[in-house]
Structures are given as structure tokens and as C-alpha cells.
Design a protein around this ligand. Structure first.
Ligand code: GLC
Ligand code: CA
Length: 522
């Protein structure tokens, strides 16, 4: 299989387009805004961008309810703007992934409008319908009585998101079609056409929403793997430089399925949460709550993360990657219950791991999770992580020139972090992200894949120390000093946050510290 070479040193930046930068003063971010900020993104050390869905939509789920896959939502601009964005990004060596939502559409999509009709037509089986409106088998989330067509339809996420029909691997009812049924094949072919449409325009691939959800009744995941392997082989043949990144959160399955990368995130496994999530995600191991590792009170257990992560890493290494984000549009921001010092450790750690780093817009300055907002566009608790980017300390924090309402209220507090302040302040979170992204870019040993050896990672102990080629990395996110032994080598300090000292094989590392040693080969 083909592997695009740009992934090895990729550092992604995730953009929620609504809230990034508004250039026409209507209070909502737009594609032109992304174009104007490409130099900023580049300056962070990010060389790839993932944009949340920017297609026509009624926005019942922030755009994850697409009503036209091949049209940019007018509020963000036009398809010409998208083309310009790809071109401008490429001039700067930046790759762009769009967000593909193949599992469901909006209930306002024209395919669904057709599918709802009682007269059989080309789109009747594009979605999953039962035989009649009183046919209500258990185990499926269904909408009933919503159309003149006599049947219930399955929804994939919210009720506004009917599931597209790619078939059932195991079939119990007549209305469950086989994946190779012509109607299911037509769904897949239509989705491939959507991918081709954007790649022909210059996009570099896709982040794939709910990637494992397409084939139903597929306990062994054989159907869904077959489906994506087929897509991958066409990519390898026709778009060898394009990449697909799954929201699957099971790297073993996703890489087997043919994805180049899979997210290592807050669901599907425990590792991400026991590393980073300070709340709501407590992991209980044999009756005991495991606290997260990156927390000042220092009650975390790195081994819970390592047991899982190493298993995944060994399984996929050499065939694909995991992507480890600072956060995303579905999680509470990592700034909640963290100081700037603590965030620096998370951000720099992510840059040093053998996974692909993803910086969620605003996390590079430690934007706050906005408490108590009303839900916007199906965000619910997620809304607080989707507020406008804070560029300056001026009007609307530099996000928009509008005098009217913004998409969401901006963090108006005087001390709200902003880009221009952190650009000027030495050692700021922003500067730290830059410095570590730069180091990663310069040093192949620190890039995705390759060597990752645990040097010190003990149950309920700090620090955590690992080796990546000629580099030794130690991190102590706890509020007290820590120490351990490491193999004796000719190490010199390459980069440091806080304090650390290496005497022979004895490593002392201060509280809230991270150090990168480089072995000097004589
Ligand atoms: C994914 C997206 C999330 C969306 C859901 C339904 O989890 O990240 O934002 O609501 O899929 O498409
Ligand atoms: Ca705008």
C-alpha cells in the first residue's frame, strides 16, 4: 500500500470554520478568513489543516448534517473560495483535509427528500427503511410516522441525520440489504464521487466522520473493513498523495481497514482520557478511580495509558498512524482546570510522541471553555469549546468587525488569552507550541512512527520518560519534584520547560517540567 510521505512530519491544525476568522463582517467565520490566517497557521509549525464540515447544511449539528456534499455553505463562501484555499495552502506547503460525513446526511438532503416519497425511485434504498411504519425492530434508533412513505428510517446520530444505506453484514429482516446490493453499491459510489469532486479541486484528503458506522450489523467489522479497503485502493491508484483520517478511535481496526491515520481520542478506549481529561472521564480500574496523568495533583497512572497505547502502536507501526489532539470540537477544552504551565506540558508532549499532533484552534493560546452557554447548532455541552478565536484584545477579540451578534459570544474578559499578546511574550503557550513543533519538524527521530521506547513509566509514579531515537524525553506534570534512573548516555539538554538535571544515570526533574535530551554521538 502507498503511504503519502507528508504524513510523517505532519502537524495538524483543526479549524471549526464558524469561529475562526470573519472577513466580511457578518459575525461568522469564513473560508477567506482561513486563507488570511494561513501564514499564522504555518508560523505555528502546522503544515496540515482539518476543517470541520463547511458544506451546505441546515446546521442542526454544526454542519455534520450535510444537505449538499459538493457545495460550500454560502455563509462560508463559495466553491471558488475553497479552490483558492487549496491553492494558497499548497503554496505554503500546507495540506488540507475536508470533513467527510459518509454515514448520514441531513434530512433536508435531496436524496432524502426523494427517499421519503411513497413512489419507488432511484433513492428509495439510499437510506435504511423498514417495511412499514409499524415495523419497529429493537436495537435501532428509528424515526416513524415522518413521511407518506410507509416505513421507519434509521438515524445515525441526531434525529435530523438519517443513516445512509451501505448494507447490513448480517441480515435478520428483508429490509436489511446486503452490502453488495445495487442500492448499497450506489451509495458507496456516490460517496466516492464526492471525494473525487473535492480531490480534483485540490483537497488533500478527508477526516472521516463516524467512519465505522457505515455497515450495520457488522460485529467482526469485516464489512466495514472491506468497504474502506476498496476506497483506499482507489485512492492509492488515483490520488496517491491523498490521505484519510478516521474518527474511529480503534487504530487496529481503522488501519486494517485502510485508513492512513486514526484518532486516538476520548471514546472507544481509555488511554486518551487517563492521559489528559481532568473530569467526567474518570476511569475505574478494579473499583479504583484512575485520575489523569497530566494533572498537578499527580494522582495519575501512566501504566493504564501505556498498556493500551503500546499494544495499539506495535500493531499499527509501519502501516499507519494515530493522531493525538490537544482537544477537538466534541470535547471540553484542555484549559479547563489547567494553568498555562500545565497546558505547555500537554502541548509539548503531544509534539514529541510518535503519533501525529493535532492542535485544536485556540488551544495554542489556551482559550477557555465557555461555561453556561446555550446550545448552538446541536453543540450542547460542546458549544463551550466552539467560541470565536481570540486574535487580539480589541473589539470582538479581533475575530470580526461586526457591531452585531457573533456566531457565539467571544470570551470578552480582559485577561482572556489572545494571539497578539502571546506572540510578544517570551515563553508563552503559543511560543512553546511553536518551539516544539519546530523541533519536531527538524528532527526525523521525533516524527510520526518509528522508535518509541518506554524508559520509565511506573504504576502511579512520576515522571514518565521515553526514548525516541537519539532523544530522551522526560515529563513531570505533577506539582512536586520527581526522580528516576535512566540509562547512562552522553546526553545534553536540547529543550526544557521548568527544570531538570541529569547526573550520570540519575534524573531529577522539577515540578511541572518537561525536558528533551539529545544524545551526543562522538
Ligand atoms: C462526529 C463529530 C460530531 C458529530 C457526530 C455526528 O462525532 O465529530 O461533532 O456531532 O460525528 O456527525
Ligand atoms: Ca463571515
Amino acid at each position: 500500500m502507498n503511504m503519502p510521505t507528508w504524513l510523517k512530519n505532519a502537524v495538524f491544525y483543526e479549524i471549526y470554520p464558524q469561529s475562526f476568522y470573519d472577513t466580511n463582517g457578518d459575525g461568522i467565520g469564513d473560508l477567506q478568513g482561513i486563507i488570511e490566517k494561513l501564514d499564522y497557521i504555518k508560523s505555528l509549525g502546522c503544515n496540515a489543516i482539518w476543517i470541520n464540515p463547511c458544506f451546505e447544511s441546515p446546521f442542526m449539528d454544526a454542519g455534520y448534517d450535510v444537505s449538499d456534499y459538493c457545495k460550500i455553505a454560502p455563509r462560508y463562501g463559495t466553491n471558488e473560495d475553497a479552490k483558492k484555499l487549496f491553492d494558497e495552502a499548497h503554496k505554503r506547503g500546507i495540506h488540507i483535509l475536508l470533513d467527510l460525513v459518509p454515514g448520514h446526511t441531513s434530512d433536508k438532503h435531496k436524496w432524502f427528500e426523494q427517499s421519503k416519497q411513497p413512489e419507488p425511485n432511484e433513492f428509495s434504498d439510499r437510506y435504511v427503511w423498514t417495511g412499514n411504519a409499524f415495523d419497529y425492530p429493537e436495537g435501532f434508533r428509528m424515526m416513524s410516522g415522518m413521511s407518506d412513505r410507509d416505513g421507519n428510517y434509521i438515524v445515525n446520530f441526531f434525529n435530523s441525520q438519517p443513516a445512509l444505506n451501505y448494507g447490513f453484514e448480517q441480515r435478520d429482516y428483508a429490509w436489511q440489504l446486503a452490502p453488495d446490493h445495487p442500492a448499497c453499491r450506489a451509495t458507496l459510489e456516490a460517496m466516492k464521487q464526492v471525494m473525487r469532486f473535492w480531490m480534483d479541486m485540490g483537497c488533500d484528503g478527508f477526516r472521516v466522520d463516524m467512519a465505522s458506522s457505515l455497515i450495520k450489523n457488522d460485529p467482526k467489522k469485516t464489512g466495514i473493513k472491506r468497504l474502506w479497503q476498496e476506497v483506499r485502493s482507489e485512492l492509492d491508484r488515483d490520488y496517491p498523495d491523498a490521505a484519510i483520517l478516521s474518527e474511529w478511535s480503534c487504530a487496529e481496526d481503522a488501519i486494517d481497514a485502510g485508513f492512513h491515520m486514526d484518532f486516538y481520542i476520548h471514546f472507544g478506549s481509555v488511554g486518551y482520557n487517563v492521559l489528559f481529561q481532568t473530569e467526567n472521564y474518570d476511569y475505574v480500574d478494579r473499583g479504583k478511580t484512575v485520575k489523569c496523568f497530566f494533572q498537578e495533583n499527580g494522582e495519575g497512572d501512566i501504566t493504564v495509558f501505556l498498556d493500551e497505547f503500546l499494544r495499539k502502536y506495535r500493531y499499527i507501526n509501519g502501516r499507519g498512524y494515530m493522531c493525538m489532539p490537544t482537544g477537538n470540537h466534541d470535547m471540553i477544552r484542555y484549559s479547563r482546570r489547567r494553568s498555562e504551565e500545565e497546558m505547555k506540558l500537554v502541548a509539548s508532549f503531544i509534539m514529541l510522541m510518535p503519533t501525529i499532533p493535532v492542535v485544536y484552534y485556540g488551544d495554542e493560546i489556551g482559550m477557555k471553555y465557555a461555561e453556561g452557554l446555550h446550545s448552538k447548532e446541536g453543540g450542547f455541552f460542546r458549544t463551550g469549546s466552539r467560541t470565536p478565536m481570540q486574535w487580539t484584545d480589541g473589539e470582538n477579540k479581533g475575530f470580526s468587525t461586526t457591531k452585531g451578534d457573533l456566531y457565539l459570544p467571544v470570551d470578552g474578559r480582559k485577561d482572556a488569552p489572545n494571539v497578539s499578546e502571546q506572540e510578544k511574550r517570551e515563553g508563552s503557550l503559543l511560543q512553546t507550541v511553536r518551539a516544539f513543533a519546530k523541533l519536531r519538524d527538524e528532527e526525523p527521530d521525533l516524527q510520526a512512527g518509528g522508535e518509541f521506547e518506554v524508559v520509565y513509566g511506573e504504576k502511579e509514579k512520576y515522571p514518565f520518560v521515553f526514548r525516541r531515537g537519539k532523544f530522551l524525553v522526560a515529563v513531570n506534570p505533577r506539582g512536586t519534584d520527581a526522580a528516576c534512573n535512566v540509562p547512562k548516555r552522553n546526553y545534553r539538554v536540547c529543550k526544557m520547560i521548568g527544570s531538570a538535571e541529569l547526573n550520570g544515570s540519575k534524573l531529577n526533574i522539577g515540578k511541572l517540567s518537561l525536558v528533551v535530551f539529545e544524545e551526543e554521538i562522538k
